[in-house]
Ligand binder design. Structure first.
Ligand code: MBD
Ligand code: FE
Length: 260
């Protein structure tokens, strides 16, 4: 094994010192005793060993990072990246005059969804050729590459906006998602008397030259979990309507990206 070269990281030092400063008041107010501290360490150890640390962090902490960073900024509000994004999604093929089709099995179960959107800059300019990464769960409520039997990139893909910043993509309507609740994260949910549900959502990541990458989610009006999302990822402007078109559903939302 090669010896790690010690590198001072001033940012880590600065953030750690702030953390210590604020945790002192927090510990005083919470009146934490040593047994509670030990219980916490044991639980956190189980959480890590179960591979649930990213899940727990994205469900219970990520929203606070986003709110602190972005609440008063122009452009579309970001939402949670979450633990289920993976690199390397397939590029979707474009047939002229047709929407893209998100990677799916020939017999993919679920209600067909056509999602239409426009991507523009905060100055109003449409953002042509923006890279759109999209991922979602399937009709069993599972994400490919994690808890589903589906192929690794099922219901995942990327594509590009057209010359007007528009895109249309055909997929299935996502389902409300129950986060894993049989491990240490589930244990925590019981302690705080919280259900494990997230409202149905589509995940998006937009990448455009000269703009901050926008990671966000789209939700649907009428979803029973909108107000009590376990991960607190819902933002009013990210909720759209699911229109019934007979043999399929349709939804749309426009996205606005901030200049770098
Ligand atoms: C999800 O599907 C999700 O999007 C987030 C943020 C956390 C847990 C599960
Ligand atoms: Fe999700």
């Amino acid at each position: 094994m090669q010896k790690q070269v010690a590198r001072k990281n001033e940012r880590v030092e600065e953030v750690f010192n702030l953390f210590v400063k604020h945790i002192q008041n927090f510990l005083k107010e919470a009146n934490l005793n040593h047994e509670e501290y030990t219980n916490f360490v044991n639980w956190a150890d189980r959480l890590g060993r179960a591979g649930e640390l990213p899940l727990y962090a994205d469900v219970f902490l990520e929203t606070h990072v986003l709110r602190a960073m972005y609440t008063d900024k122009p452009g579309t509000q970001p939402s949670l990246l979450g633990p289920y994004f993976i690199e390397g999604s397939p590029e979707l093929e474009k047939e002229s005059g047709k929407p893209y089709t998100l990677t799916q099995r020939p017999d993919e179960a679920g209600e067909v969804l056509i999602f239409k959107a426009n991507v523009s800059s905060t100055d109003g300019m449409p953002l042509a050729n923006t890279k759109v990464e999209m991922w979602q769960n399937d009709n069993t409520g599972k994400y490919s590459a994690f808890d589903a039997d589906a192929p690794r990139y099922n219901l995942r893909g990327h594509f590009y906006t057209d010359e007007n910043g528009d895109f249309e993509v055909k997929s299935i309507v996502p389902l409300p998602y129950s986060i894993p609740d049989q491990g240490p994260t589930g244990e925590f949910l019981e302690y705080v008397d919280q259900h494990p549900m997230r409202p149905a959502h589509l995940h998006f990541m937009f990448i455009a030259d000269g703009h901050e990458t926008l990671i966000t989610q789209v939700f649907f009006e009428g979803d029973e979990w909108l107000e009590t999302d376990v991960a607190d990822g819902v933002r009013t402007e990210l909720v759209t309507t699911l229109e019934d078109k007979g043999d399929h559903k349709e939804a749309s939302l426009d996205f606005v990206m901030r200049r770098e």
